[in-house]
Design a protein around this ligand. Sequence first.
Ligand SMILES: *Cc1c(COP(=O)(O)O)cnc(C)c1O
Length: 381
Amino acid sequence: MTSAALTATVDLDAIAHNISVLRETSRTDVLAVVKADAYGHGAVPVARAALAAGAAELGVAVIGEGLALRAAGIDAHITTWLHTNSADFAAAIAADLDLALSSRRQLAAVVAAARSAGTTATASVKLDTGLGRSGVAPDEWADFADDLAKAVAEGAVQVRALMCHLARGDEPDHPLNSQQAARLDDARADLVRVGAAPEIMHIANSPAALTRPDLARDLVRPGIAIYGGAPIPGRDFGLIPAMTLRAQVALVKRIAAGQGVSYGHTWVADRDTTIAVIPAGYADGVPRPASGRLRIRIGDRVVDQVGRICMDQFVIDLGPEAGGIAEGDWAELFGTGADGGQRAQDWADAVGTIDYEIVSGIGARAVREYVGAAADRLGLR
Ligand SMILES: *Cc1c(COP(=O)(O)O)cnc(C)c1O
């Protein structure tokens, strides 16, 4: 254990289990998405654990995330798909990152970088098949395909994947999912015709990987499911939440009936009671709009969080008898949901968001710790 009073413990065996569930359910290889520091879990340890558990390759949003994985010695295939005008394509090519491209401008910049390095860049094509976000726009597609064929012919680019991202993957039966896949299949035929055939295709995010194996093509591209989140809230896929957020009680004290608690006194004790101060707040990713709605597991009890959540701390009501809870005890803020504790999904429900936002928003003050046999094998504890 560390001396930190706020910890996000990541169970790498849960990550490995979730990778297995994804491989079995999708009947396809997994490209593990570890963007945003692996949704707050720690990109390097999660990447290592995912690869050790059978993930075939990795994906991140921006080049800097891919370079950080390379700097840590990870040599797996890494795809990166969000680039601005200032993207350092030269560094990405030197680090052998797969650059998924969304426009002719990006392709031209990659070709220029490959030429000046005298090498062939690995590139993928991200097509907008209906998401309406990143990806080559439909009206640019024909010209993009021609540019790509020229880049392939001159040896500046080698085409790895043709990919798209689903707009409604969490509605498995929505017709748009199959339409997006059909548009990608058509685009593949276009690329074959112009002489820029991709080696592989991938489409499916977590919910699609778990419900639509027919969309998978060559790889599935899950993120949240790896972390044991809820790709389709309310549906159980046998995933295990990997992160448990814990904090050490900073203070236990008695307050009298009628005493308000925290800013604005939005909660007032209706009886003499005992409160405990938990050193985690919205700066750590505990959502302020969840004030008064969280349930915290401590000892063998689950108690109410009361009053406003502050930047660094919040308060729990232990009741008239402190129930043996003392300063220095550990409270579980969220985790697997066992023994009445909450999951990140419950926090998301409390504030009307998704668990993606909860886990990726856990701040740097929460010291990441790694547990599980996989953590031992990887030398992470
Ligand atoms: C984030 C992301 C994913 C993973 O999505 P999940 O819903 O977390 O599975 C897959 N593909 C792309 C392009 C992404 O940006």
